[in-house]
Ligand binder design. Structure first.
Ligand SMILES: [Zn+2]
Length: 213
């Protein structure tokens, strides 16, 4: 009884809200938003120099809201719930040639320290195929880059060029899945894929929760 009361009090003071619509919800993404997210159209894949990029959703509406909460407001449960839905939508969307080594796009040291986690790592762990291997530490940022959000496409490319390096074992012949939260111009994923190719990777496919269309 007491425990029930204090639990109810705590919930009344700080009710958990749906990451996508802000409605009071006992789960990170409410049933109504889950239904909407499952029904949204899949963005078309993009062909990249190193492989294929696939996204579970367009970066808009409830997807954008949930990623924002997961990235900037510390709501890891929102990211995990969104990624669990994305996992089903992304299954079988990569070509058969895609590999099982999963690598997240690393965050700069400063941003990682501010947030306490790297959202791409959380997503990568959830998206790893069964039997796949997740390498969370070998692709590194060799310099902190200013936030991309306010830059145009050319400036984004210049901003992240040579920002990444592979510090793990040789990737000769390896096929990887590079994971990030959002694909905007492809500048970040492209620069990371270039670093992986320079370390010997034969193929780099890109998996993201959402893409700007
Ligand atoms: Zn909702």
């Amino acid at each position: 009884m007491l425990r029930g009361l204090s639990g109810a009090l705590a919930e009344a003071l700080a009710p958990r809200r749906c990451a996508a619509c802000e409605a009071v919800s006992s789960v990170p993404i409410c049933a109504s938003c889950t239904g909407v997210l499952i029904g949204l159209p899949l963005p078309p894949p993009r062909e990249l120099p190193t492989g294929t990029a696939v996204a579970a959703w367009e970066f808009a509406g409830p997807v954008r809201a949930a990623i924002h909460r997961g990235k900037y407001l510390g709501d890891r449960a929102a990211l995990t719930a969104l990624t669990a839905l994305a996992r089903r939508r992304l299954a079988d969307r990569l070509p058969a040639a895609a590999g099982g080594l999963v690598v997240p796009v690393p965050a700069g040291r400063r941003r990682r320290a501010q947030r306490g986690y790297n959202q791409a790592e959380l997503i990568a762990v959830e998206l790893a195929p069964s039997g796949g291997v997740t390498d969370l530490g070998s692709l590194v940022r060799v310099r902190d880059t200013p936030p991309q959000a306010d830059l145009d496409e050319a400036a984004r490319r210049a901003n992240v060029a040579d920002a990444f390096a592979w510090r793990g074992p040789s990737l000769a012949g390896a096929r990887l899945r590079l994971v990030d939260d959002v694909y905007t111009t492809g500048a970040t994923a492209g620069a990371a894929a270039t670093a992986l190719a320079a370390a010997g990777a034969q193929r780099v496919d890109v998996l993201v929760l959402a893409t700007v269309l």
